[in-house]
Write a protein that binds this ligand. Structure first.
Ligand SMILES: [Cu+2]
Length: 324
């Protein structure tokens, strides 16, 4: 028994040294928004019990396997009969009840801070962004009509309310930027709400979290948090560019919408090669194609504003895809 105890103590010691770095791989990413912090707290709270019960059950399992091993007894000899152990039985019934109660109570206390969008109070601004999940890109619409694809810009220190949906003709996607909070489904015909408030400027990455088709894995999303003056300047500049049918939106649309299937240089991928296609140089044909789709190509631009179509057409005129 002493040798066993020694070996067991050794295993526990190694686990205790290796565990923190190994566990860090399983922990949620560093939260950058209060709701993500709530999710992390709940995760860690539940993990305490998970780890404790794991060690208890596995430890007992190993101890019993050792203690009750066959030794020299005949192979089919029955073990000694055992009759009741009231205290033990009460304990293993009560203990799980207490654990489940604690976990449920903790989660219910944290839940409002995760789910509820902070109330807009007088003097405090809030930003609302409409998020639309589409095969295979994210489209954002700001209150002033500015459109962005895949990369959302947001101001630091301001609650950002997201109205998440998908067009009727599309499939279900799921919005998920782990450092900025939990997942929320983008469902055709339904508007789901979520929010974040990031204090630190920086770029936070995420990904569509609902298998939505062939290019699902490339349906990435990111949120670039800017200081408030930088964000205000960006929003204004984008508004002016969009009115003029120029600027970043064209390139964003090409990269986020067209290139995911046809390749960044139009060289072809899961969609055919389109470099050199006459449609790219003909704004009317381009508009009809993206709005209506063709054969296996979905109507990726159904519902786009004419500004977005124009921005794409102008971008393709200035920098037509080279094909390689
Ligand atoms: Cu998706």
């Amino acid at each position: 028994m002493r040798r066993f105890s020694l070996a067991f103590a050794g295993i526990v010691l190694v686990a205790a040294i290796a565990a923190p770095s190994a566990l860090a791989q399983f922990a949620p990413v560093t939260p950058e928004s209060p709701n993500a912090e709530g999710i992390r707290q709940s995760y860690l709270f539940v993990s305490i019990f998970v780890a404790g019960i794991f060690v208890l059950v596995e430890g007992l399992l190993i101890a019993f396997i050792w203690k009750y091993r066959r030794r020299r007894r005949p192979r089919f000899e029955d073990g000694a009969p055992i009759h009741g152990a009231t205290k033990l039985e009460l304990a293993w019934t009560a203990f799980p009840v207490v654990v489940l109660f604690l976990v449920a109570a903790f989660v219910f206390i944290e839940l409002p801070g995760i789910k509820d969008i902070p109330e807009a109070t007088a003097g405090e601004e809030q930003l609302e962004v409409r998020v639309s999940g589409r095969q295979f890109y994210w489209q954002y619409e700001y209150p002033n009509g500015v459109i962005a694809v895949d990369t959302m810009r947001a101001p630091a220190g301001v609650p950002v309310r997201l109205e998440v949906t998908a067009p009727d003709s599309d499939v279900i996607h799921s919005w998920w930027i782990p450092p900025l909070g939990g997942k929320i489904d983008a469902i055709p015909g339904t508007v789901n709400q979520t929010w974040f408030e990031a204090d630190t400027p920086g770029t936070y990455h995420g990904q569509c979290a609902e298998l939505c088709g062939l290019e699902h894995a490339n349906m990435l999303a990111s949120v670039e948090v800017l200081s408030q003056p930088e964000f205000a300047a960006w929003l204004e500049e984008r508004r002016a560019e969009q009115t003029a049918g120029s600027g970043e939106l064209g390139a964003e649309t090409w990269e986020g919408v067209c290139a995911k299937c046809h390749g960044l240089a139009g060289e072809g991928g899961i969609g055919p090669r389109i470099a050199g296609s006459l449609v790219l140089a003909d704004p009317e044909a381009l508009e009809s194609l993206v709005r209506n789709g063709r054969r296996t190509m979905p109507a990726v631009g159904a519902g786009w504003t004419s500004e977005q179509v124009e921005a794409l057409a102008n971008y393709l005129k200035e920098s037509p895809p080279s094909g390689s």
